[in-house]
Structure formats: structure tokens, C-alpha cells
Design a protein around this ligand. Structure first.
Ligand code: ADP
Length: 239
């Protein structure tokens, strides 16, 4: 089933009377069960495309210049996981009260925390965001995203603020949640993070999708110099 379909989409930002196109034209369809890695350097338009998936563009001064999203599951069935968990959490409220704002169902809160391996024996709902480690905060944000029981999660550079071991933990958690039937759009500048197990990769540059295919197709047969450069810049471990 197709969760999302974009046709000839062109997106822009309006600033001081000017309109600058930053994405498009882009055609993209996302099917249930995918783990789509969107890869590209900073400024490529990845987040902007993610905002359009979540129908958030208008809250960011963004505009649709041309084309359209011809299919989108209800936004209530999608969740967003941002890069910086501290920005996503309110420092003034306990994590329990922030979770209760999303649901009054205590069992659902406990279940979401268990799914991110933060059972109540490990974390107190009375604690405040600053009392948690960076890795725990990111898990908490993921638990909050799961409270909506989303069909689709758009995760935008969700591991960029973490060190490499925590990055691996969070990636494993995503694969696990994906294995439970949640479709993922995973936005990253780091090809190596997504390439391993993503079901599809989209390589973006200057607002366009240059390549779209399975990791094997994209890695073995890059169509552009830019993709070749990305592949060549992945560090290889020498023993
Ligand atoms: P990426 O996620 O690939 O780093 P973005 O989608 O964040 O790329 O940004 C694409 C372009 O849009 C960049 O040039 C960025 O500066 C610009 N941009 C992003 N957000 C805004 C905004 N709210 N207003 C104006 N320009 C923006």
C-alpha cells in the first residue's frame, strides 16, 4: 500500500518578499514496510521534503510552488523524530507530564517506554529532560513518537547529536521498530548509517533526487559523480 505519493513536487521558502526554490521537481512514492534512507549533504533539501511529508511546510514559511502530494495517510498516523532531543522536550516539565500530554493511557506510556528499552525500572517519569543522558533523551523522544502508534516515522538526522556507540544503539532500535511493522523515512547526511539495511536509498543534491533504488543498486551502479563521491567518502576499516 502506498502511504505517500508526491508528483512533480517543487517546494520553496518565502523570505523578505522573495521565493527561493529548494526542492524539486521530485517524484516519490513510499510504500508500507519500507525503510527509505534519504541521503545528501546539508542544504540538499532533505528536511524540507520531510516537512512536506508531514504536511508541516506551511508552519515553516514554506510554500508549494508546483506539483502536489497526491496521496498522504492522515498526519495523525505519522510521527516525526528530530535531530535534537533537547529541542523536542520542554525543559520545564517532567517527562511524565510531557508523555501524559500525548496520552492519558498509562499502559500505553509504559509500553512505549518498553519498546525503546527504557522500562520504568530504568527511568522515573518524575525526572526532567536535563537529568537524562543524551541517549536516554533520544530514546524518550522515540517513545513519544511511538505513542501515536504511527504507520510512518520521519526521522530527521536523529542520531547526529549522539556519539558513535549511542548512534549504533539508536539505529538498532529503529531497525527493531521497523521490524515491528513501522515504515521509516530516515534522513541523514551519513550514507554509511542508512545504506546497510535500508530497503531503498534516495540520494539528494540541490533539491533533486539523483538516485532512487535499493542500496545494492545505488552502491554498485551510481549514476552520478556526486553519488560516487559519497560512496568513496565512506571510511573503510583497515585491520
Ligand atoms: P537539508 O535537510 O538537506 O540540510 P534543508 O531542507 O534543511 O536541507 O534546507 C534546504 C535549503 O532551504 C537550504 O538552503 C536552507 O538554508 C533553506 N531553508 C531551510 N529552512 C528554511 C526556512 N525556514 N526559511 C528559508 N530557507 C530555509
Amino acid at each position: 500500500m502506498s502511504l505517500l505519493e508526491m508528483k512533480a513536487l517543487e517546494l520553496a521558502y518565502r523570505q523578505r518578499g522573495t521565493t527561493e526554490k529548494v526542492v524539486g521537481p521530485v517524484d516519490l512514492e513510499i510504500q508500507t514496510g519500507e525503510f527509505l534512507g534519504i541521503i545528501g549533504e546539508s542544504g540538499a533539501g532533505k528536511s524540507t521534503l520531510g516537512y512536506e511529508m508531514l504536511d508541516l511546510l506551511r508552519f515553516k514559511n514554506g510554500v508549494l510552488l508546483a506539483g502536489e502530494t497526491i496521496r498522504r495517510i492522515p498526519v495523525a498516523e505519522m510521527s516525526y523524530i528530530p535531530q535534537d532531543p533537547l529541542a523536542a522536550l520542554d525543559p520545564l516539565f517532567s517527562i511524565g507530564s510531557q508523555m501524559r500530554e500525548l496520552t492519558s493511557n498509562r499502559a500505553a506510556i509504559e509500553e512505549a517506554l518498553k519498546r525503546v528499552h527504557l522500562p520504568l525500572e530504568k527511568i522515573s517519569l518524575k525526572s526532567y529532560p536535563h537529568e537524562l543522558s543524551g541517549g536516554m533523551r533520544q530514546r524518550l523522544v522515540i517513545a513519544m513518537a511511538l505513542l501515536r502508534r504511527p504507520q510512518l516515522i520521519v526521522a530527521d538526522e536523529p542520531t547526529s547529536s549522539l556519539d558513535v556507540t549511542l548512534q549504533a544503539d539508536v539505529m538498532n532500535l529503529f531497525w527493531e521498530i521497523h521490524g515491528q511493522g513501522v515504515t521509516f523515512v530516515f534522513i541523514t547526511h551519513d550514507l554509511a548509517l542508512a545504506a546497510g539495511r535500508a530497503t531503498r536509498l534516495a540520494v539528494m543534491q540541490h533539491g533533486r533526487i539523483l538516485e532512487l533504488g535499493s542500496p545494492a543498486e545505488v552502491l554498485r551502479n551510481p549514476k552520478t559523480d556526486y553519488t560516487r563521491m559519497l560512496i568513496n567518502s565512506v571510511p573503510v576499516m583497515k585491520r
